[in-house]
Write a protein that binds this ligand. Structure first.
Ligand code: MLT
Length: 327
């Protein structure tokens, strides 16, 4: 009995020490899309807000774009489970689970879930030359020219792809638009502003400043309610107001570590993330871009995992309805 107690004590001390010694070197957050885009923006703002809660350790954001985010996610799934390599990813964790027949990871088995960060509305936007200024004009233009227009996105399973899929499906478009994939919506935005692509559905974290600067046109938001709290986005109608019943899409982002990361380290990371979500500067920066910082039980590892499990099932229906799969 005495031996058992000594062992238990030693084990507890070791786990405590493990969390205390963490981090022991710079932390890398992998963003599975190009730099400058919506996921990159969330990861960089979060890294800054988490640092003071991790002994001011340096947190580096690395971009590993491609295949709708599955390349970067696969890299973290294979990384050493010591808490020094993390992933910030969004709805893609759920959509790719049914969209891709083969994936270099399993969404529910290969990651520790560290919590949901935020929810980001999307906007339907167009190149500045598009001959439309209201959603109705835009819809009529799309219906009249669908086969001749293209839709930019960040790869199969990305938020911009899923939104494009759901919107065209809800519109009942007979002829789908040509879709053009990019390594993220940052490069897609450059092409849109330059008029090389026609239309995109993208997160407000990437569109707000371009809309406010008049560099792109905006037509609607994808949320159930108007963004009444936002100084410029509140003027745009919802797709539901425009007749697309029940259309409601926001993009959630989560923080992940490789499966097998010690529980004490995962708890430390979750605690630092939750402290960051309460940081007034982080909240203000997110709100300015139309994002809502998470406050519900999805900020817990259990709540996060339960939520994503539900999203995987929900999105499977959407994807199967659209009948588009990635080999
Ligand atoms: C990005 O960061 O580029 C986006 O999240 C892309 C997307 O999923 O649409």
């Amino acid at each position: 009995m005495k031996k058992l107690l000594t062992f238990a004590l030693a084990a507890t001390t070791m786990v405590g020490a493990l969390a205390q010694d963490f981090p022991s070197r710079p932390i890398t957050i992998v963003v599975p899309f190009a730099a400058g885009g919506p996921t990159d923006t969330v990861a960089r703002q979060l890294a800054e807000a988490m640092r003071p809660h991790l002994g001011n350790a340096s947190i580096v954001v690395e971009n590993a774009a491609g295949a709708g985010g599955t390349i970067g996610a696969g890299r973290v799934a294979r990384a050493a489970p010591d808490g020094h390599t993390l992933l910030v990813w969004h709805i893609g964790m759920a959509s790719t689970a049914s969209l891709y027949r083969r994936l270099p990871f399993n969404a529910l088995q290969d990651f520790e879930y560290l919590g949901i960060i935020n929810d980001v509305p999307m906007t339907l936007v167009g190149k500045p030359q598009l001959p439309a200024n209201t959603y109705r004009d835009f819809e009529n233009h799309i219906r009249a020219n669908a086969g001749r227009l293209n839709l930019a996105h960040a790869g199969l399973g990305s938020a911009s792809h899923i939104c494009g899929l759901m919107w065209q499906h809800a519109m009942g478009l007979q002829q789908a638009m040509t879709t053009i994939p990019f390594g993220g919506t940052a490069p897609a935005m450059t092409a849109l502003m330059g008029g090389q692509v026609d239309v995109m559905c993208d997160q407000t974290t990437n569109t707000t400043s371009q809309i406010e600067a008049g560099r792109i046109k905006a037509f609607a938001v994808t949320t159930a309610q108007r963004l009444n709290n936002h100084p410029s986005l509140r003027y745009y109608p919802t797709l539901q107001e425009m007749g697309l019943r029940n259309f409601n899409l926001t993009i959630w982002h989560g923080l992940y570590a490789p499966r097998g990361t010690p529980p004490a380290v995962a708890q430390r990371l979750n605690a630092a993330m939750r402290a960051a979500l309460r940081d007034p500067t982080f909240i203000q920066r997110q709100n300015a871009l139309g994002a809502l910082v998470a406050t519900d039980n999805r900020i817990t590892p259990e709540g996060h995992r339960a939520f994503v499990t539900g999203q995987i099932n929900q999105l499977r229906t959407v994807i199967e309805a659209a009948g588009q799969f990635a080999d």
